[in-house]
Structure formats: structure tokens, C-alpha cells
Design a protein around this ligand. Structure first.
Ligand SMILES: Cc1cc2nc3c(=O)[nH]c(=O)nc-3n(C[C@H](O)[C@H](O)[C@H](O)COP(=O)(O)OP(=O)(O)OC[C@H]3O[C@@H](n4cnc5c(N)ncnc54)[C@H](O)[C@@H]3O)c2cc1C
Length: 367
């Protein structure tokens, strides 16, 4: 008999939820992660008493009552509501585009006035068949919003000017004709008090965890320990990149402690001009209404990705989707292994969706 029923590769949300479910069904689990911490990309690290989102700002939001109740078992959530602002050459606009944005931009007061102004700018641009992202954006929200709030930001995000990006990237844009600055439409939203790491720690209570262990470097020995493997690492890495590497977009963070209690007055400020090299500044304490004497900020730079860099956003274009389908076919042959999570399935998952997916995997495995 092997010492474990399940070897779970990755202590991120997928791995932690799966491990929790398996343990509660009496399964013997070993969780490993090659990083020196648990929680994967939702990891929060305490700096100056502030929970810093090391791999990018994470705001929990969901429409699923089941998921909301589930996470509520491991953490109490605060009332944080994501309301980012855009800074365009020192002028502040509310996001997502809503009546506050239109009022600041044009002085309009009623939804009818805002709609009329957008329509006037659309008509003036005369675009009927948008050929690229620039034309698509102008045809959706008019020239002013495009020029001040979309053009520079999107170009920085993708590393290319908007007239060289495909229109489909912004098929729709969130536009609201109410004075509502809540970025998400979700029914439930918040940040776990005490940070995500503490929440994942509670999920992993009673489960053996080994950190600093790279599965792919000790695969044979680790496989011998368990009957089944739940693998949440990158699918192409699992197969030694034998069909080529799947592509990602990456993000680089520059994090700084500042000797002030409040740097920018909001958790998220987007810099929408082209000249500022970063896309956003995150001030972490505002996620938890922090009153610490200092503050921690992270400047986010969008970055090209190469093998070895931290993979963030999968590039789900035709080329990469086709390559992933070929890896998926190989994965189907690995009878002992289940691939899950954002890297194992090469898809962008919000946290609630990755939890749903791990719960579904656990139901199947443990039936
Ligand atoms: C910049 C950014 C911001 C985001 N913001 C939000 C947000 O605001 N709201 C939201 O709902 N979602 C957000 N997300 C999505 C969220 O991060 C994911 O849903 C979640 O992290 C996915 O969890 P996971 O377990 O699939 O993957 P991960 O958290 O990546 O966990 C996988 C783990 O596997 C480990 N691993 C990989 N290979 C190996 C190996 N060979 N051996 C051992 N261990 C290995 C990794 O070290 C990692 O810890 C954001 C994502 C990004 C990129």
C-alpha cells in the first residue's frame, strides 16, 4: 500500500480545495509546491502589518452562493468593493465607465445626455466595420473615452498600439448609465480578513504540505508515494515542452514601502496615458481598510513572457488553443493523473471559478 491516496502538485486554490475535500472524505493527501509558500498566486505576504498581494491584486467576487458560503467557512470577508480610478495626466476618472465618468468627461448629468454624446462621437468617427481595436473602441464609446482611458492603457497592456490589435479583444466594454462605481456586477464581493494565505492555511489544516519541492524534478519518487496525482502545474511543462511552449502574457511588479499612511487614496489606480510606463499602482492596505502608519505600493508593468518567467495570462488565440488541445490529448493518456487549475488547463480562471472546478473534480474523484 502506498503512503498516500493523493499527491497534489500545487498548493494554490485548486490544490488546497481539492486537498480539503479529499481529507474530509478520509483520504491521505500530500500537497507539494515548488515555491516556499502556500496559496499559489493568491498568496498574501505581511509587510509592515499590511497584507501584500505578491502576485497581483486579488478581489474575490462571485455570483455563486455555494462558492461564497464555501469560502466563508475558511475566512471572514470584509465589505471591500472594487472601484478603481483612472489617472490620465493627473485627471481622475471613475471606472468602470459610468455616469460619474461621463459627468467628469463632458459635464453631462443625465443618462440621456451621456448616450447622446457617445452617439454624436460615434457618428462623427463614421466607423461602420471596425478593423482593429482602436476603431472598435471608438465605435463603442466614442473618441474622448478611447483617447483618454483606453488607448494608452491597452497599448501598454498588449505591448502594441491599438490600431495594430485585433478588434475582437474588446467585443464589448462595460458601460453603465448609472452612478455606480462598483467594478464587478457580482452578487458577493470582498477580501478575506487577514489575507488569502490565512484562508488557504485553514483549507489545508490537517493536510501534510511540503514546500520547495518541484514535482517534475523528482517525478518518479513522488509518483511512487501515491495512487493518484492531482497536477496543477503547467501542462506543457509536464510533457517537457515536447510540442512547444504555450504562450502567456506576464506582469512585473515593483513593490515599495513608503513612509506615509496613505499614498493614493484608493486600492487600484490605473494610469491610462501612454507615457507612464506602468499600467497600475496597487496600494495594498486599502483592500482591508488598513490604518498602519506606513503603506506598501506595487507598480504593475505588463511584460512579454518567455519560458522561465512567471506565467500569468494565457494567450487563448487559435495557435495556442490548438497547441493546448494537443497537450490535452497527451494528458488523456496519463491515467493516474488529473490536470486542474489555471496552469493545468491553460485557461484564465477567476478564483470562484477555480474553486468550483476543484469542487467538481473532488466530487468526481471521491464519488
Ligand atoms: C495578475 C492576476 C490578478 C488576478 N486577480 C484576480 C482577482 O482579482 N479576482 C479573481 O477572482 N481572480 C483573480 N486572478 C485569478 C487567480 O489568480 C486564479 O484563479 C488562481 O490563482 C488559480 O489557482 P490555481 O490553484 O489554479 O493556480 P496557482 O495559484 O498558480 O497554483 C498552482 C501552484 O502550483 C505550483 N506548481 C507549479 N508547477 C509545479 C511543480 N512542477 N512542482 C510543484 N509545484 C508546482 C505553483 O508554484 C503554484 O503555487 C488573477 C490572476 C492574475 C494572473
Amino acid at each position: 500500500m502506498k503512503p498516500y491516496d493523493y499527491l497534489i502538485v500545487g498548493a494554490g486554490l485548486f490544490g488546497a480545495v481539492f486537498a480539503h475535500e479529499a481529507r474530509s472524505k478520509g483520504k491521505r493527501c500530500l500537497v507539494i509546491d515548488r515555491r516556499d509558500h502556500i496559496a499559489g498566486n493568491v498568496y498574501t505576504q505581511q509587510v509592515e502589518g499590511i497584507n501584500v498581494h505578491r502576485y497581483g491584486a486579488h478581489i474575490f467576487h462571485t455570483n455563486s452562493k455555494e462558492v461564497w458560503n464555501y469560502v466563508g467557512r475558511f475566512a471572514e470577508f470584509n465589505r471591500y468593493t472594487n472601484s478603481p480610478v483612472a489617472n490620465y495626466h493627473g485627471q481622475i476618472y471613475n471606472l468602470p465607465f459610468n455616469m460619474n465618468t461621463f459627468n467628469k468627461m463632458w459635464g453631462v448629468v443625465t443618462p440621456a445626455e451621456a448616450k447622446a454624446e457617445i452617439q454624436r462621437q460615434r457618428d462623427a468617427a463614421g466607423i461602420t466595420q471596425p478593423k482593429n481595436l482602436e476603431e472598435q473602441a471608438i465605435s463603442l464609446v466614442g473618441t474622448d473615452i478611447y483617447e483618454k482611458l483606453i488607448k494608452g492603457y491597452t497599448a501598454k497592456q498588449w505591448g502594441r498600439p491599438c490600431d495594430q490589435l485585433p478588434a475582437f479583444i474588446i467585443r464589448r466594454l462595460p458601460v453603465r448609465f448609472t452612478y455606480d462605481d462598483n467594478y464587478f456586477n457580482a452578487l458577493y464581493q470582498g477580501i478575506p480578513n487577514g489575507g488569502y494565505t490565512a484562508m488557504v492555511e485553514r483549507m489545508l489544516e490537517g493536510v501534510e504540505v511540503r514546500l520547495g519541492v518541484d514535482y517534475l524534478q523528482e517525478k518518479a519518487q513522488l509518483d511512487a508515494l501515491a495512487d493518484r496525482v492531482i497536477y496543477t502545474g503547467a501542462i506543457d511543462a509536464y510533457f517537457g515542452y515536447q510540442l512547444g511552449a504555450l504562450e502567456y502574457r506576464s506582469v512585473r511588479f515593483e513593490t515599495e514601502v513608503l513612509d506615509t499612511d496613505n499614498y493614493q487614496g484608493n486600492a487600484v489606480v490605473n494610469y491610462t496615458d501612454a507615457e507612464t510606463p506602468y499600467t497600475r499602482i496597487i496600494e495594498h492596505k486599502h483592500f482591508e481598510f488598513g490604518t498602519q502608519p506606513k503603506t506598501v505600493i506595487s507598480r504593475e508593468y505588463s511584460a512579454e513572457w518567455k519560458v522561465g518567467d512567471e506565467p500569468y495570462y494565457p494567450v487563448n488565440d487559435d495557435k495556442n488553443s490548438a497547441l493546448y488541445a494537443r497537450y490535452q490529448a497527451l494528458a488523456g493518456e496519463e491515467k493516474k493523473v488529473r490536470f486542474g487549475g489555471r496552469l493545468g488547463e491553460y485557461r484564465y480562471y477567476d478564483m470562484d471559478k477555480v474553486i468550483e472546478s476543484a469542487l467538481a473534480a473532488a466530487r468526481e474523484e471521491l464519488a
